[in-house]
Design a protein around this ligand. Structure first.
Ligand SMILES: Cc1ncc(COP(=O)(O)O)c(C=O)c1O
Length: 615
């Protein structure tokens, strides 16, 4: 290892040597960016990561580009000639450089500068060296390209079936590996890149072809590009003033979605998820039936009651809690074997509420229930809502995407009669999270119930048409741009592309269903799912011969969680499980992943068996 004193001498000698050389012109004309892309790897922080250092390769946000950048941007006449690396090993050590000075005067300066720079070389650049720092353009480009490389590696790994879906660690262990503490002093950019790499390393690859765990799966490349661009634009949806493009896009997309539903007119907004979209629906209905609520609250108002099936999403119940309706005033409606709402029970319970002196005001019909994928009979529910003057909402968070398929959209017949619809393109349609819309039949109600007319933001005397300032009809103030990735994806696929995507998912579900019917050890929860949800039990050999009864059910209840734990430990597959009513834990396969194929379905069955046959 060279000491500091040695280094000064070494540098001086090198400088003398340089002076005698004669190819200045050529070097001076060399593009500085060449040097920016060279691979100096002087990383003082390397090895600092706790646990197993995850970085298989060294990052190249090195010290040299920083030096070159500064040298050039400050207008000095120093041009790096070449990197005299003392060794090419992976060990950390200061690299040495030759620099060509234009004249002797500069040479003196250069010596000093080089020495000082040597100290700088001991640390890699920091965020403060990036734009808007003067001269930070090159380094910023380099840094972002490095980040992109990290992301691309992740994306490629995501689609590689031989790669793991996740590297599971229990929270305590993962906390250690992640290095989560927030420092007082800035970390350098190498460390920041390392953090990026480390973060993705422990993320679940939700785009992996064998990831079926949630309703939102897959990694659409165009949608991801849209999300990147959205981040670069970094704007806020509340006013046209600062989001002119995205505001117009949102209008166009919401109009298209309303047309697909069958609304002639209406309104809508992108919301942070289906739960919030459902909250919007209940809020609009509350406003319609108790308009005074906006000012006076619910005191003195009739006791509002909402109806939803026992298989509906919990967000309806939560909406009742949030909006002051109260969870006791959520009335659950029975379902049939397939999970569809019973019309008879709905009407009975509405009548019972009226008889109690309560005020029924809202019925939620689910298009695609979360677990079984059932579609409530929308036309019949609409008839009941009309009869009793109730707001009809369709929670199509999961099933809304089925509207894109001419083959399957009949499952939502009658949806145009609903007062509001929740539709999450981030589920079945594969748009990246988050992307959820609430569509409302009546124009103006959203604005009516939410507007606060904040004069600092929604000035009415702006020089453009302020009806394009959508922020005042939302529950939020600032709002993320969720529309762009969807718009871009729709452009890239076309409506027919989305239709093919949805049809393919249904085909895969049908394929799995047929396989399950004939495969030993698997049992369907019900044989005619309406959506791409296919629910089943895996029954290990040890339980197959057992007599039906409580004891067997108790043991079967433990099978899915045990297999799931093994799935996560091996990282080969991820499928969700849950109990439902009196049914013990079963697997819920849901198809929304565009990367999945029939071979992945075969793998699912083989792997489930492999992981569970000894239980
Ligand atoms: C039927 C239904 N509605 C609403 C939601 C909530 O959607 P989000 O997770 O986007 O809030 C879900 C989520 O799974 C759902 O299945």
């Amino acid at each position: 290892m060279i000491s500091d004193t040695n280094l000064i001498e070494t540098v001086s000698e090198e400088a003398e040597l340089l002076q005698t050389e004669n190819n200045t012109e050529q070097r001076e004309n060399q593009d500085v960016s060449d040097n920016l892309t060279s691979t100096t790897n002087n990383r003082p922080n390397q090895g600092k990561n706790v646990g197993n250092p995850p970085a298989p390769r060294r990052r190249v946000i090195g010290d040299r580009p920083r030096l070159v950048d500064r040298t050039v941007s400050e207008g000095q006449l120093l041009v790096p000639k070449k990197n005299l690396r003392q060794q090419d090993s992976e060990e950390d050590h200061p690299d040495f450089y030759e620099f060509r000075a234009k004249d002797n005067v500069m040479k003196t300066y250069w010596l000093q500068q080089t020495f000082m720079s040597w100290w700088a070389l001991r640390s890699t650049p920091f965020a403060a060296d990036l734009l808007p720092c003067k001269g930070g353009a090159g380094l910023t480009t380099k840094f972002l390209k490095e980040v992109l490389e990290v992301i691309l590696e992740y994306v490629q790994g995501t689609f590689d079936r031989s790669s793991k879906i996740l590297e599971f660690h229990h929270p305590n262990e993962l906390r250690e590996r992640l290095h989560l503490e927030i420092p007082d002093k800035a970390e350098n950019l190498d460390q920041i890149l390392q953090d990026c790499q480390n973060t993705l390393k422990y993320c679940v690859h939700t785009g992996h072809p064998r990831y079926f765990n949630q309703l939102s799966t897959g990694l659409d490349v165009i949608s991801m590009a849209g999300e990147w661009l959205t981040a670069a634009a970094n704007t806020n949806m509340f006013t046209y003033e600062i989001a002119p493009v995205f505001t117009l896009m949102e209008r166009a997309i919401l109009k298209k979605m309303r047309e697909i539903i069958g609304y002639k007119d209406g309104d809508g907004i992108f919301a942070p998820g289906g739960a919030i979209s459902n909250l919007y629906a209940v809020m609009c209905a509350r406003h319609k039936y108790v308009p005074s609520c906006k000012r006076r609250g619910l005191s003195g108002a009739p006791n509002l009651v909402l109806f939803t099936s026992e298989h509906s999403h919990f967000s309806l119940r939560r909406a009742a809690a949030i909006l002051g309706i109260g969870t006791d005033n959520v009335v659950y409606i029975d379902t049939d074997k397939r999970g569809k709402m019973s019309l008879e029970d709905l009407e009975n319970k509405i009548q019972q509420a009226i008889a109690r002196g309560d005020k029924p005001f809202f019925v939620n019909a689910t298009a695609g229930t979360t677990v079984l994928g059932a579609f409530d009979p929308l036309n019949a529910v609409a008839d009941i809502c009309e009869k009793y003057d109730l707001w009809m909402h369709v929670d199509g968070a999961w099933g809304g995407g089925v509207l894109m398929s001419r083959k399957h959209r009949h499952k939502l017949d009658g949806i145009h009669r609903a007062d509001s619809v929740t539709w999450n393109p981030h589920k079945l349609m594969g748009v990246l999270l988050q992307c959820s819309a609430i569509l409302i039949k009546e124009d103006g109600i959203l604005e009516d119930c939410n507007s606060m007319r904040a004069p600092y933001l929604f000035q009415q005397d702006k020089h453009y048409d302020v009806s394009y300032d959508t922020g005042d009809k939302t529950m939020q103030c600032g709002r993320h741009v969720d529309v762009f990735k969807f718009w871009l994806m729709w452009r890239a696929k076309g409506t027919r592309g989305f239709e093919n995507h949805v049809n393919k998912l249904f085909e895969l579900a049908g394929y799995l269903l047929e396989k399950l019917k004939s495969r030993e050890g698997f049992k369907l929860v019900h044989e005619k799912p309406e959506h791409t949800n296919v629910c089943y039990w895996y029954i290990p050999p040890s339980l197959r011969a057992m007599e039906e009864g409580t004891e067997k059910q108790l043991l079967l209840h433990k099978v899915a969680p045990a297999i799931k734990a093994r799935m996560m430990a091996t990282g080969t597959l991820m499928v969700g499980y849950q109990p439902l009513g009196d049914k013990v834990n079963f697997f819920r396969m849901v198809f929304s992943n565009p990367a999945a194929t029939k071979a992945d379905v075969d793998f699912l069955l083989d792997e489930t068996e492999r992981l569970g046959r000894d239980l």
